[in-house]
Design a protein around this ligand. Structure first.
Ligand code: FES
Length: 124
């Protein structure tokens, strides 16, 4: 990897438009076109007032978590939930606390605010 490939940040939207209880979904930009793999997707939300972002990929089977666009929370609105087998994840650190991948975790993405825009750091 060259230095230019490190610390690549991708804008995912305005900080102002990310409201409590809402989710922003995005497709990760890839520096190299790899035709053998699908583009990865992710989602961001506010944990209290702190923006957090994860890959939209359940550690159980590697598929997307959400029930429908923007629907990531369980019925009690406490945990992120995988719609396929119901695994529950803590919003703060992505740890799976119930379900077939208990003890595993979502892949967290670094997120920052830059001039009012939310950016995620592309994974290596
Ligand atoms: S694919 Fe998410 S719990 Fe099975």
């Amino acid at each position: 990897m060259t230095d230019t490939q490190k610390d690549q940040w991708q804008a995912i939207g305005s900080r102002q438009t990310l409201q409590s209880g809402e989710f922003v979904e995005f497709t990760l930009a890839t520096a190299e076109k790899d035709t053998d793999t699908l583009p990865q997707s992710g989602f961001a939300f506010l944990d209290g007032t702190t923006p957090r972002a994860y890959l939209n990929q359940c550690p159980h089977m590697g598929i997307e978590l959400n029930w429908a666009p923007g629907r990531f929370m369980d019925a009690d609105n406490l945990f992120l939930q995988c719609s396929t087998h119901g695994a529950l994840f803590k919003p703060r650190d992505g740890e799976c606390i119930a379900g077939p991948c208990q003890g595993d975790a979502l892949t967290e993405l670094d997120i920052r605010e830059s001039n009012g825009t939310l950016e995620i750091r592309l994974p290596d």
